[in-house]
Design a protein around this ligand. Structure first.
Ligand code: NAD
Ligand code: ZN
Length: 246
């Protein structure tokens, strides 16, 4: 397989000290997880993810939303990190200053071995109290089809950020800081349609970072990026890492 990597990008990366990477659902596609905008299958065909991933949907029908996340969580647990996740682990180890920001909730970066991951949208493997009493726990610690908060009795919900909700402030602040202060910013496997994550690449570019997009198709970011590498992240990232640090 021959993946053309611009030599100029390899040169820039070899000299850059501060790298920041933002990933989206596309990075997990080669592990076998659906991206958000892929058609749903089976029982879930009749729903749009955008209509399930909201607090209104959870208030209306908590069992339905709980079940949908239970399916996605068990699927995420069955699949394995792919060479794209693994290449980002190598990047973290080889760079002097590296920040990985993800919109993914599947925990695959952590399972691949990335030591520090800023989770912008939470993690499907955790639950928290829907009333906001502060309880957060690993999903498997609290069994049940729609378990209740051991502290206050409210329904537990997945510890993810739903449409219309604000992002966890410490994670967002760390992400903005790392995007403003990097020399190279990677946007990988994200359609760039979900804010505020999508704005991070522009924040980096405005502050002079070289912006690199790796995606299966062009996105609204593409015309603004310094390098656009079209293809699968699980193929491009290992090649890029090999050519730069290999
Ligand atoms: P998205 O589905 O909007 O976009 C995914 C992008 O990845 C698309 O542009 C697609 O062309 C590209 N892509 C698909 N396969 C690829 C591959 N092999 N290599 C490179 N690129 C590939 O995803 P998003 O931008 O992350 O936004 C969706 C939201 O849904 C996020 O907020 C996220 O939290 C959530 N989500 C997470 C997961 C997960 O954790 N795995 C899965 C679905 C959705
Ligand atoms: Zn509670």
């Amino acid at each position: 397989m021959d993946i053309p990597i611009p030599p100029e990008l390899v040169r820039i990366l070899g000299q850059a000290g501060r790298l920041t990477v933002l990933t989206g659902a596309g990075v997990s596609q080669e592990s076998g997880l659906r991206t958000f905008r892929d058609a749903q299958t089976g029982l879930w065909k009749q729903y749009r993810p955008e209509d399930l991933a909201t607090s209104q949907a959870f208030e209306r029908d908590p069992q339905l939303i709980w079940d949908w996340y239970a399916v996605r969580r068990s699927r995420a647990g069955e699949v394995q990190p792919n060479p794209g996740h693994q290449a980002l682990v190598v990047m973290e180890r080889r760079s002097s200053n590296f920040t990985l920001i993800t919109q993914n909730v599947d925990g695959l970066h952590q399972r691949a071995g990335s030591a520090r991951v800023i989770e912008l949208h939470g993690n499907i493997t955790r639950v928290r109290c829907s009333r906001g009493c502060g309880l957060v726990a690993a999903w498997e610690e609290i069994p049940g089809q729609l378990p209740h908060c051991p502290e206050c009795g409210a329904n537990l919900r997945p510890d993810v950020v739903w449409f219309g909700e604000s992002l966890p402030r410490p994670a967002l602040e760390a992400a903005v800081e790392a995007s403003r202060n990097c020399q190279v910013f990677f946007s990988i496997g994200t359609s760039g349609l979900v804010q505020p994550a999508a704005s991070l690449a522009y924040a980096a570019g405005h502050r002079g970072a070289v912006v690199v997009e790796i995606n299966a198709e062009g996105t609204p970011l593409s015309p603004k990026a310094d390098f656009v590498l079209l293809g699968k992240s699980g193929e491009i990232l290992p090649e890029l890492v090999q050519q730069t640090w290999g």
